[in-house]
Write a protein that binds this ligand. Sequence first.
Ligand code: ATP
Length: 263
Amino acid sequence: MNDYLETECVEKIKKECLLQVFDEIDSTNEYLKKLVKREAISLPLPVLVVAERQTAGKGTKGRKWVDSPTSLKFSLLISFAGESKRLALLSPYIALKLRKVLSAAAKKEVKIKWPNDLYCLEGKTAGILTEIIQKAGTLYLIIGVGINLASDPEVNRNINSLAGSLFKRIDPGELKRIRSLILLCASEEIIRTVKNLPEELSAEEIKDWNQSDVYNGQRLRLIEGERIVSEGQNVGIDKKGRILLQDGNQTKAFCIGEASLRP
Ligand code: ATP
């Protein structure tokens, strides 16, 4: 752990979470899922799992998150005491808050793509995978995050879209400091976000989202596999976190589900 994260950040993280750092793991989300099934109730929560290498990183809808030595991968396990109807906003709300943390860290604007991807330097830079488990009357949230800190051509060779990163390159001597700081700020922000998860987005948050939307105002398709579910101009999100696509004089709202938004 000493080589991977700075001691000062580790000490701060440990004040809020039970921290586990792995050299290698299949998937930080999968690890936590197994942990919940085995023993979550007796665990002091939240649990933060960080992995230097992920051999089977997960995206949404059965997709993969491709690993890189210059990316940060972690998952948080948090018990949720709020009303379950608030969870509809979980993924986009975390994306909205994480965007600010990453923009501040990179000192450049990180954009957002509905429902929960973050873009920087022309490509997808961070992905969020939220999973919800109910056990013995308690809701457990597993929030997995992968962030490309520096660009890695190997990632682009392994995906069919363009990867972005917070920085073009990071001096090897700086990587540990940047990774540690981002882990500390991002995990604190996610824990705070879950505690204060609203039922609806405020007008300010909707404005913030729309201004940061990577495809703001563009004509988009909503696709499910090869099938086009809908098409229209992206006119923003609504207070429930649904994407609004306008076609002619008709505006339709779409919930987070199996469909993906594409230009
Ligand atoms: P959506 O369905 O919301 O449009 P998506 O297509 O981006 O999302 P996700 O499940 O969010 O899919 O993330 C997995 C996808 O992200 C992969 O299919 C791949 O295209 C891309 N990807 C995988 N690893 C990386 C990475 N390290 N950096 C950038 N993009 C990646």
